[in-house]
Design a protein around this ligand. Structure first.
Ligand code: NAP
Ligand code: ZN
Ligand code: ZN
Length: 348
């Protein structure tokens, strides 16, 4: 079997240490990918620290994967050796349910998530992109448009699609007022995407020092949330609020920013948060959630990003700095996504 050096969390909240994954030999419909870069998502940390409940260990995190096709199964038609491809948050799904038929595989109850999940046999654990190679069914791979800097593209596979999908689903259009809450890995791509769609973007952030970055990313306005008076000042102003915050906070205050009949979408997944019914009831506002996107929409997002020059701002690290990087993500001390240079694992 193709052996892949990796980094794994051996147990909940334990530091990541070197590990080896036995990748499966490519079957007729599989591709074996040599991984070049893997982004570091806050979801990696939530799961390895069991902030979302019991997890599967050892855990090799990583679902923002860009690499080169090394080998293809004998019935693979869409990929050939040498293609530059991406793998996001899931590597398979049941292919039969309504979500799968609709191309919304991420909502399949039987989806195989890229790590901390099980393959379709329900038994074999999945291992993610903090490793040198991965074997994936050809249908769950996307094409990286030519000419993109691959380190700055990798985080689009999760952070990018997670913002793109709700901006599209909830119909953001030219001239709309969009609030992006939290300027982190997701939020910074969300600003660029919404601005590229023609929206007027305002960033709400608990880090006042991020003002200049927000404006440089394409935001028209920046609101520091340390002063509670800002919520009254900006009440009933927005067509969409996209909340990317990773820590528990008061959703009710942000609902008040919406105009009547408009929607606040949660993509951040912090601890349970109490929420008041009033801001929803008094203006028929909606509170929604959204999770990544399907394969078709992920490809559409990558093509959109290539056409509009949307990329991520990254700090590229060798794998042996991963534990320090995770601590910095938790402190909101990253501008704006760590990306692991997987060559550092091959050397190690
Ligand atoms: P991140 O880079 O850590 O960004 C989160 C941002 O939240 C921070 O940059 C910070 O922005 C804000 N924040 C953090 N702590 C805060 C606090 N105590 N109070 C107020 N604001 C705080 O994380 P990420 O990778 O973008 O992920 C964000 C969330 O989305 C995580 O919960 C992650 O699991 C989730 N996620 C969901 C999906 C999905 O499909 N729905 C996909 C990927 C990730 P400011 O400094 O600007 O305030
Ligand atoms: Zn993610
Ligand atoms: Zn399904």
């Amino acid at each position: 079997m193709p052996l892949a050096p990796a980094y794994a969390a051996p147990a909940a909240r334990a530091p990541l240490t070197p590990f080896t994954v036995d990748r499966r030999e490519p079957g007729p419909h599989d591709v074996l990918i040599d991984i070049l870069y893997c982004g570091v998502c806050h979801s990696d940390i939530h799961q390895a620290r069991e902030e979302w409940g019991p997890a599967i260990f050892p855990m090799v995190p990583g679902h923002e994967i860009v690499g080169t096709v090394a080998q293809v199964g004998n019935e693979v038609s869409r990929w050939k050796a040498g293609d530059t491809v991406g793998v996001g948050c899931f590597v398979d799904s049941c292919r039969q349910c309504e979500a799968c038929r609709d191309g919304e595989e991420q909502y399949c109850a039987g989806a195989s998530f890229t790590y901390n999940g099980r393959e379709q046999d329900g038994v074999t654990p999945t291992f993610g992109g903090y490793s040198t190679r991965i074997t994936v069914d050809e249908k769950y791979v996307v094409r990286i448009p030519p000419g993109l800097p691959l380190d700055r593209t990798a985080p689009l596979l999760c952070a990018g699609i997670t913002c793109y999908s709700p901006l599209r689903t909830f119909g953001v259009k030219r001239g709309d007022e969009v609030a992006i809450v939290g300027l982190g890995g997701l939020g910074h791509v969300g600003v660029r995407l919404a601005a590229a769609m023609g929206a007027r973007v305002t960033v709400f952030s608990h880090s006042p020092a991020k003002r200049a970055d927000a404006l440089a990313l394409g935001a028209a306005d920046f609101v520091a949330t340390n002063d509670p008076a800002v919520f009254a000042r900006h009440a009933e102003r927005f067509d969409l609020v996209l909340d990317t915050v990773s820590a528990s906070h008061d959703y009710s205050a942000y609902l008040g920013l919406l105009r009547r009949d408009r929607t606040m979408v949660l993509v951040g997944v912090p601890d349970p948060t109490p929420i008041s019914a009033f801001p929803l009831v008094v203006r028929r506002r909606r509170l929604a959630g959204s999770m990544i996107g399907g394969i078709r929409e992920t490809q559409e997002m990558l093509d959109f990003c290539a056409a509009h020059g949307v990329l991520c701002d990254v700090e590229v690290i060798p794998i042996d700095r991963i534990n320090e990087a995770w601590d910095r993500v938790v402190r909101s001390d990253v501008r704006y996504r760590f990306v692991i240079d997987i060559a550092s694992l091959k050397r190690g």
